[in-house]
Design a protein around this ligand. Structure first.
Ligand SMILES: Nc1ncnc2c1ncn2[C@@H]1O[C@H](COP(=O)(O)OP(=O)(O)OP(=O)(O)O)[C@@H](O)[C@H]1O
Length: 229
């Protein structure tokens, strides 16, 4: 399997400008490589920087130093240095990101939220909606809710809508920040199966799972931040 992500020398610290310029160091000299078909669990105690690492890879947070080389359309792009336009391109086709929180846009129906990543790739609306419907069904979202905005849905329902959206299109790299956090056992098992299927199809996964048995179920390797940086 080909390497798809190479992180070299990554350093990050936050600076709280509104609180006397206090510095919070997170990483120093972090190195990481990931190949297609691998599922990496990022571990470490609370506050060690697990979510920050995912956000840096996705381009939400800027790296302080270092390289984040991603294989995008068969060439290497350093997302730490990339223009915002390149980051958006990579997000559209190469890197997916699923958190436990859905960013709800008022009045947009659930089915449209889930089909959007497919429509963005030029998939015909009919096909995109079919795929979205399959995912919602698989994740136990009752059909009567599909035409509604998820704004009033329960936490677990919103999380499953977010997961359906994150898995609608194939991404070579998939970042998962506690995707199973507020799910019951049955839905959790379904999500873990979807993660496994994505990996079987060659996606490289980086996930944060608080539950050790979830990590064991889907991850091929662990990356312990207490040792990494
Ligand atoms: N936007 C931000 N501004 C300032 N500090 C931040 C910001 N985001 C994270 N931090 C700090 O960076 C450190 C790492 O936070 P992060 O959320 O990445 O940890 P984590 O390992 O994911 O924790 P948890 O397991 O509790 O979710 C923490 O000390 C946190 O306070």
């Amino acid at each position: 399997m080909r390497t798809i992500l190479k992180i070299r020398n990554l350093a990050k610290q936050f600076r709280l400008h509104l609180q006397g310029g206090v510095r919070i160091p997170v990483f120093d000299d972090l190195h990481l490589e990931l190949a297609e078909g691998e599922a990496l669990a990022v571990t470490g105690p609370s506050g060690k920087g697990k979510s920050s690492l995912l956000k840096i890879i996705y381009g939400t947070y800027k790296a302080g130093q270092g390289e984040i080389l991603v294989r995008h359309d068969d060439s290497w792009v350093d997302l730490a240095q990339a223009e915002p336009r390149q980051v958006l391109e990579a997000r559209r086709r190469t890197i997916g990101y699923v958190t436990q929180f859905l960013r709800v846009i008022p009045r947009v129906p659930t089915l449209d939220i889930v089909s959007e990543p497919l429509l963005e790739r030029g998939i015909a609306p009919e096909l995109a909606r079919e795929r979205a419907a399959l995912l919602l069904e698989r994740l136990n979202i009752p059909e009567r809710l599909w035409s509604l905005s998820p704004m009033t849905f329960s936490g677990g329902e919103q999380q499953r809508v977010n997961i359906a959206r994150g898995f609608a299109a194939h991404y070579p790299i998939l970042l998962l920040d506690e995707p199973t956090a507020s799910l019951d056992q049955e839905n959790k098992a379904r999500v873990l199966k979807m993660i496994d299927e994505a990996r079987d199809q060659g996606s490289a996964i980086i996930g944060i799972f608080h539950d050790a048995s979830d990590r064991k179920a889907v991850c091929t390797r662990e990356f312990d931040l207490t040792r990494a940086a």
